[in-house]
Every structure is written in C-alpha cells, then in structure tokens.
Design a protein around this ligand. Structure first.
Ligand code: GLU
Length: 554
C-alpha cells in the first residue's frame, strides 16, 4: 500500500488537478495588469475596514486594467447568517464598487473562474488535497479532541510552543497501511498538511506594504480539510487564489503572521507565489488610546452606518483614499474637480501602521462633495436616502418637487457654493423652515440676538414690511434698503463705522439683518438672505413678517 492507495481511498471521485489547471488558465491580460479580490465571510456585516480593503484592491485592479473579483469565504459555517452574501453584494453596489467577477446575488455569479463561493468548490479542494496526499505532503489525522486537548495541556505545562508539529504530530508518521485500516474501520479523521518546515530556519518575505519581514519557517501540520469536508482558510486561500489567478493578495494584516505557512502551501502545491499586501487596520482615538475600530463599540465601524446617516458614498471613498495614500490630500488640493478614479494610487505607499479614523474630516469631505452637486443631484440622492430613512423629508420633497429644487439651488452652482451639509441626515433641518407649511403653522422660538426690545423688533419688522420690502428689487437695491432701514431706526449703516465708534449707536446694519433673518426663518444662521427671499416669494415673506410681529404682541 502506498500514498496513492491512501489518496484513492479518501477521495475516490476527485479529479486530477490537471483538469482544473486547464479549466482555469492564466488570464489573458495586458502586461502589468493586477488581479485582486475581496474575500469576506458572509457574516452579514461589512466592516469599514473591509470596504477599505475592497476599495484599495479595486483601485489597483482598475488602474492596471486588471480584474477585481468578489469571493465569498463561507467555509466556517458556524459564522454564517442568512442573506449574508446579499449584504456584501449590496454594500459594494452602494459604493459603486461592483466587482468584475464573482458573486452578484446570494446565489448568482459572473466570471469564468468560479464558483466564487467556497462552499461550492468542495470538489476542487478535494482534488488538491488528494494530490498532496499522493505525494506524501498531506495525511489523515485521527486525533480526537480529547487527545488534542491533552497535548495542549502538556505543552502548556512544559511551557513549550503549542501546536501540532514535530514530535507532537502524532499521526504524521503513521504507516500508510495503518491509516488505511483505520479509515476502513470507520474511524473519524481530518486531513493535515505535512509541513516540510523547521522552526529554527528563517524565511525572508517582502510584503508590498510592510516591506521586508523575517519569520521562522512554518512547521505546523495544519488542518487543510476539516471534519465537515470543507477546507480551512489557509488551504482554500492557496487553492482559490492560484486557480483564480490572483496576482496580489490584498488583505488585513492580521494574516501577516500566516505568510510563512501560505508560502509553504503554495510551494508544496507547485503554485506560483502571488504578491502579498497587508493592510493595517483603521484605528480610532479612544480618549488618547489608539485602538482598532471595533464592530462592538463603534457604530461607524459598520458600512451600513454611512448609508443610514446619508453620508455620500463618494465622500466615504474619498476619505478612505485619503487615509490610504498621504499624497491624496495634495492631489485633491491641486485637482479639486477631478474624479477620485484619476488619482494615481500607489499600493506600496500605504502606511505601515494603522491610520486614525477621523469623523470630522470625513464629514468635511462630505460637505465639499455635496457642495459640488447640482440641485437636481442633491434632490435625487437625498430623496433616495429619505425614502428609506426619513419619510417626512421624502413626502415633503415628492409633494413639492419644483419648490424643493429651488431651495436646494440656493447658493449652489456658483464659485463659493453653500457648504453646510455634510450628510443627508442633516438636510431636513437645514431647509425645513423654507416650507410654509412647516414654518407658518408651527410655533417658532424667535431669538433676535442683539436687538431684544419688543417695540424695537416690531418697529423694524413693520418698517421693512411696509416701506422697504419689494420682491422685485435686485440684490444691491435690497441691500441698500436694509442700510436705509438701519439708519432710520438709528443703527449704523456700515459695520465699519460702528466699529470705530460703537458707543454712538445701539447696533449696526448686521444686527438689523439678523432681525429680518430670524423673523423670516427662525434662525440666526442661514444661507444668503436675498436668495432665500427670492425663493420664498412675496406672499410668504409678508406672512412670515406678520407672524413674527404678532408673536411680539403676545
Ligand atoms: N475571509 C478572510 C477574512 O475575511 C479573507 C482574508 C483574505 O482576504 O484572504 O478575513
């Protein structure tokens, strides 16, 4: 009896690996094209760190006219949730990052290198496990969980390195005949890799991001096929990324320490070794301590958070590129209107240590991104968001489309566009007062700032209503009239004059503007008053002034 007999007994129906090598040939791509993937487990949760990895992987593939694919790693069936694939597919779609190949729904996929879901690739893993067994590079291990537990306890007591290796690898040298007999007797087993490594030898690895790293060789006989017949991550990684012809493994740096094992697996399987790029996690400043963004503690760790808040996806992507390459910020400054796809992203320029997540900066980018949109774009995108998360806003928009477009057009499309909205969640509050129904029929808390005497407020408002307000005035005329009004009630016409001799007046033209602004909107800060009044129209302005006057009479 030899290895071949053992392999045939374990995997009688497995195909020759030549079949798969031929079925999934080298990709026919332009010189220098990079093939990358995003390979999440379908746990139903996409971490912003996962999105970050996917964005980096996709950007590099696009830049080189390569391929970016989505592979679902569902070999740990305990961790699976229903519709976990859909969640991932939709998140990528939401961010306009759909893959070139891979899963496109819970069950459908596109591309010639599939199946792209690991649980559908069982026969492929079996073929490669069989191949290893035939060569004596893998073997069945019959250790029971009690046996393994006992081994671990002994190692711990003796303070030696834990694991299944060297003298501890009990079934590594079991004669083939005995193994065959045990299998025929129906004993349970799993398949282990027979590692050729030695712990006292070093390997050198050059990571695209981390640079040169030295490790001891792997000497662990790790499990490659589990009791449920599915592969472990390590084995599936080697088989899949080889057959899918991935050129660059871009993944989280929690896997960096597995590189010696992975290099060994590629070598023993006779595969060409891909390049590795290990990405540092996104960190958070937690009261002065740097820690990983945590799924449990930080709502912003979930990609769904950005959608719920209505932070534009372009802003999130731009922010992530910002932390990915420190040169991005300068590029953006020099090219304020370019699409982020035009940025010359460099994988090897990513930072070796984890970047700090900065929500303030992200929201600031959100403001800029929204400020560059047209009123129509803001309307369409925020309505889409509102339909899911803010029914009141959605109804308001749908019932008043033309008027809403006018509101959204205020201070937009000019050289210095309005920059006060960072996410759709803020939009309603920023414009709600423009709707008469929401303003005239509600109780408003008027705070006129510097001007606080009732009679003075009423006088200013009445004068404006009766004498100075004329909806057809152009901006200059309108502004001059407010100065006239200021003068008439004894305030300084110009702020500059007032500042020179503040004791001379009770206030200046700006204070008068504030009174009008508060009366018309209920706010002390709003976009340009003239534009607001033009959008409100004559009747609304009059009605609002009357409401404010009446309020002071109460
Ligand atoms: N399924 C693995 C994970 O989610 C993939 C790691 C990789 O990209 O290779 O961590």
């Amino acid at each position: 009896m030899n290895y071949k007999d053992l392999a045939d007994l374990i995997f009688p129906n497995a195909k020759e690996i030549a079949y798969y090598e031929e079925k999934y040939p080298e990709r026919n791509l332009p010189e220098g094209a990079v093939v990358t993937r995003f390979a999440p487990s379908p746990t139903g949760f996409v971490h912003v760190g996962g999105l970050y990895q996917a964005l980096v992987a996709r950007t590099v593939a696009k830049k080189t006219e390569g391929v970016f694919f989505l592979r679902v790693e569902d070999t740990d069936q305990k961790r699976e949730v229903e519709n976990g694939v859909t969640g991932i597919v939709n998140s990528l779609k939401d961010f306009d990052m759909a893959p070139d190949e891979g899963m496109v729904t819970e069950i459908d996929e596109i591309g010639n290198y599939g199946p792209y879901k690991q649980s559908s690739r069982k026969e492929i893993y079996e073929a490669y496990a069989k191949y290893l067994i035939e060569q004596g590079k893998a073997y069945p291990c019959f250790a029971s969980s009690e046996e393994l537990e006992e081994m671990r306890a002994k190692q711990e007591a003796a303070k030696i390195r834990p694991g299944y290796y060297g003298v501890w690898a009990k079934y590594r040298n079991l004669p083939v005949d005995e193994a065959i007999e045990k299998i025929k007797n129906g004993e349970d087993y799993i398949i282990r890799f027979r590692s050729p490594g030695r712990e006292d030898r070093k390997i050198k690895h050059k990571d695209v991001i981390k640079g040169n790293v030295d490790f001891p060789e792997n000497d662990q006989d790790i499990v490659i096929i589990k009791a449920d017949g599915l592969p472990t991550y390590h084995f599936a990684h080697a088989v899949d990324d080889h057959l899918m012809r991935t050129t660059h493994i871009i993944r989280s740096d929690e896997w960096l320490s597995s590189v010696p094992l992975h290099l060994q697996l590629f070598q023993e399987l006779g595969f060409k070794v891909p390049k590795y790029a290990h990405i540092s996690p996104i960190m958070k400043n937690d009261n002065g301590n740097k820690r990983k963004l945590s799924k449990r503690k930080d709502p912003e760790a979930a990609v769904s958070y950005y959608k719920e808040e209505g932070i534009p996806t372009d802003a999130v992507k731009e922010y992530l590129l910002n932390i990915a390459n420190s040169t991005f910020e300068n590029w953006r400054r020099a090219n304020p209107d370019k699409n982020i796809e035009e940025f010359d992203f460099q994988l090897n320029k990513m930072s070796v240590s984890g970047a700090l997540f900065d929500m303030v900066k992200l929201l600031d980018i959100g403001k800029t991104v929204i400020s560059k949109m047209t009123a129509e774009q803001v309307y369409a995108k925020s309505l889409e968001w509102a339909k899911e998360y803010d029914e009141e806003l959605a109804t308001l928009f749908e019932n008043n489309k033309e008027y809403s477009l006018k509101i959204l057009g205020i201070e937009r499309g000019n050289a210095k566009p309005r920059k006060d909205i960072s996410k759709w969640h803020d939009l309603k509050n920023a414009i709600i007062y423009m709707y008469d129904n929401e303003f005239l029929n509600r109780e408003i808390q008027y705070d006129y700032a510097k001007v606080s005497r009732k009679e003075e407020i009423v006088k200013i408002l009445n004068l404006y209503k009766e004498k100075y307000f004329h909806i057809a005035d152009d901006k200059q005329t309108w502004f001059d009239k407010i100065k006239d009004l200021a003068e008439e009630v004894g305030f300084a016409r110009e702020v500059k004059e007032y500042k020179k001799e503040p004791e001379k007046w009770p206030g200046h033209v700006g204070d008068i503007s504030t009174v009008l602004r508060v009366a018309l909107t209920g706010r002390q800060n709003t976009p340009d008053m003239y534009e607001i009044m033009q959008v409100l129209g004559k009747d609304s302005v009059i009605a609002r002034l009357e409401k404010a006057i009446q309020n002071e009479g109460k």
